[in-house]
Unconditional design. Structure first.
Length: 181
């Protein structure tokens, strides 16, 4: 019996097509984590202690040093102002993602499936694999966006990376294979 499903959602209709499969799997699973990973810019750390040497001034957009107390224009900047701006952006992204997951979750809860909304930050494939491993998930359920050729090369394939790296079984719903729910 499946105890825990990890349902990957990114806000797209294509990702939501997995919900009809989750509805079916929900009869044999105890719990489903609805997970959305908010990607951070390539290499962008998400903890204050890991911020780069420069961030954007929240008032002017100019690059300012996190190591100094003034902007290029000479305005004195409180030491944590750059951190404040990044924190606010991440808080907003997290709130939007959580609201989205709660809305989706209500649809599944109405069908008797226990859900938990989870918002992660970072590289989507890495975060999915790490979370599945840490939480002892029984199955990852996600869709493929169906990119091939240059599009897949240029944008990468989160689904492909998860399939290759995950120690947890992955149920991958191909683009175009989505039944109506």
């Amino acid at each position: 019996m499946l105890k825990k499903l990890l349902v990957m959602l990114d806000g797209s209709e294509l990702a939501e097509c997995v919900l009809s499969y989750v509805d079916t799997l929900g009869f044999c699973a105890e719990h489903a984590d609805l997970v959305q990973v908010v990607p951070t810019p390539h290499g962008m750390p998400i903890k204050k202690s890991e911020l780069p040497d420069f961030v954007a001034d929240p008032n002017t957009g100019l690059r300012i040093s996190t190591m100094s107390t003034s902007t290029p224009g000479g305005r004195r900047v409180p030491e944590d102002e750059g951190f404040w701006y990044q924190d606010k952006m991440m808080e907003r992204a997290e709130a939007e993602a959580r609201d989205y997951l709660i809305g989706i979750g209500k649809r599944l809860e109405d069908k008797g499936i226990k859900i938990e909304p989870v918002v992660l930050f970072g590289d989507p494939a890495s975060e999915i694999v790490d979370y599945a491993t840490k939480t002892n998930a029984d199955l990852i359920v996600m869709s493929s966006h169906g990119r091939s050729g240059i599009g897949r090369w240029a944008f990468g394939s989160v689904a492909d990376k998860v399939l290759r790296a995950s120690p947890v079984p992955v149920m991958l719903i191909r683009a175009g294979m989505c039944p109506a729910i």
